[in-house]
Design a protein around this ligand. Sequence first.
Ligand code: ATP
Length: 399
Amino acid sequence: MTSSQKAPAAAGAKAHPASQLGELSLRGISRAYGSHLALHPLDLTISGGEFVALLGPSGCGKTTALNCLAGLLPLTAGEIVLDGRRIDTVPPEKRGFGMVFQNYALFPHLTVRANVAFGLKMRGVAKAETNRRVEEVLRLVRLGEQAHKHPGQLSGGQQQRVAIARAIVMEPALVLMDEPLSNLDAALRLEMRSEIRRIHQEFGLTTIYVTHDQEEALSLADRLVVLHAGRVSQIGTPAELYEHPADPHVAAFMGYRNLLPMDVVATDAGGTVAQRPGLRLTGTVVGPRAQVAAGRQVTVAIRPEDLRVAEADEPPIGEAVAEVVEYHGRVLHVEAITPHGDRIHLKARGQVRPGDALSLAVDPDRALFFPPVGEATQPDGGPATQAPGAGGGLGEAVS
Ligand code: ATP
């Protein structure tokens, strides 16, 4: 994508200022701590105006990647190129990137206005210009009324907006955000999520956003980079990842709460059949079918909303007893246990009570079969195909 071909804006977005960044290329960047390779070579090209989320569980290398980009950590290998200019040897303060962190790190003794003006003052920007830019940014983050207050007099969400204002008043080519909402309560997180997307668009920013929260990543980003144990699992739009997860790690993030190793017992015109004690089902192979011959193990991934109570005339995939039944409005969320101890999550529309015996069903196109990804072993010692949490029972989605 060239700088003139901007990433797609969110639906319904109005015209926005052009981004000052054309294209940022991460070329095989990696980072080791001693002998531990925390970030395996990462290749990624980001276009001006894009909102990219780095998503993954704790310890997967998100912050390492962001800090490498910011210049806070030297690269072990690779290069970073910004609009044709190599910048990985440039010190952080000369890269011109804005940073917003989890802890807002505001100056408590300065007012909101002075906090936001601080960077411009340090840079020697003239007073009139500073005032103009600070007022504009405060209006953008809707803090005009709070400008005279000190951080201690603000709510968590307002403080976070000051931190964002302080970063964007510098008119950075790129804004880097590391879990900026994790200190806020649930309601405020939702509100600030929309605010961040709005500010990104209205200011024509290019943003890289680190989070372990899949909902946050899916709702904010134009593109997601899912990391697992320092490696990229998949890069794609929210829809691409949601509809076509590349491996069980991505599937776990995309709502496939049921993840289970199974043995392939047949592959023929009727489909691919896999089983484990108490469960037998036909599913859809993800990736090369050649890797799922009978006798191989696959990780089976099913969303709770795709698993249902079987109709009377339908052969069930197995039986389970409802253990926990939660009311979720129109549907019930049911946690059930098979006779072999596998924990299964499903949504039920009819009446289900704890203790009820359930016959389960799933359509073959809604049960994904992930073949083993080579025989490689991940740095954390687990096999590459080990589904998160799948230690013999059905895996839980990563929170
Ligand atoms: P979190 O969401 O918990 O912040 P993360 O995905 O951002 O996790 P990183 O902080 O990038 O993960 O860490 C990646 C890996 O590198 C982890 O295994 C971590 O223990 C290791 N690591 C991070 N910083 C250092 C360090 N300074 N020295 C040694 N190992 C480190």
